[in-house]
Design a protein around this ligand. Structure first.
Ligand code: SF4
Length: 206
């Protein structure tokens, strides 16, 4: 559900910068969030959702260990929880909630404590994990999954070449923003700002 990225402040000084899958998700949600995390950087106000994250992770892991693979459309596999993945080639890293391995393929699973189904930024994050897992385990990741915690439901995502290219483009754009240290435009969805931990720093949008 989350991961610790490059140390705030240090990331912009070194090149090339390694970004995390969570950074890409946040970049697609609102490009100002990685700016505040890495370029300024500032200390966010913890939200209820951030505080709840670790409890949810533990509960979902316990549930996952007990059940089979039918929800993923598989008969069997090997589960790896909390897997740290890194690719120097991509300049990308991330801590994946769960990876399911079969002899032929690998399938990233991201736990999301969110309502309303997977969104575009969630898909980007899962595709980023897929690229990392493919490189680390030398086998394809044809699908990824999002486990929607409130609904206890697994959603399957068929990962396309467009998804993979979207990850590569987002890495380039995010790095460019860090190097130029330019404040990006805000998200156009103002409802996101109402629950944002950085809302105190976006005085221009209210
Ligand atoms: S308050 Fe809105 S514009 Fe500012 S960082 Fe948060 S989501 Fe983005």
């Amino acid at each position: 559900m989350g991961e610790t990225g490059p140390e705030a402040g240090a990331a912009v000084a070194a090149a090339p910068v390694t970004v995390t899958a969570t950074d890409l998700k946040q970049w697609a949600y609102c490009p100002r969030i990685p700016f505040y995390r890495y370029v300024l950087p500032v200390r966010p106000t913890p939200t209820y959702k951030m505080r709840r994250g670790k409890d949810v992770q533990a509960a979902v892991e316990a549930l996952e260990r007990r059940r089979g693979f039918r929800a993923y459309g598989m008969r069997e596999g090997e589960r790896r929880f909390g897997l740290w993945l890194q690719s120097d080639r991509l300049g990308l890293s991330g801590k994946l909630d769960l990876l399911i391995l079969t002899p032929e393929a690998c399938y990233p699973v991201d736990f999301k404590d969110t309502e309303g189904g997977p969104r575009r930024n969630h898909r980007l994050q899962v595709a980023a994990y897929a690229l990392l897992a493919e490189e680390a385990f030398a086998r394809p990741a044809p699908d990824g999954f999002i486990y929607l915690v409130p609904e206890k439901r697994v959603v399957s995502l068929a990962l396309t070449e467009a998804d993979r290219n979207g990850v590569r483009s987002a890495i380039v754009e995010l790095r460019r923003m860090m190097e130029r240290e330019e404040l990006p435009p805000p998200t156009s969805l103002r409802s996101r700002c109402e629950v944002c931990e950085f809302r105190n720093y976006c005085g221009d949008i209210w």
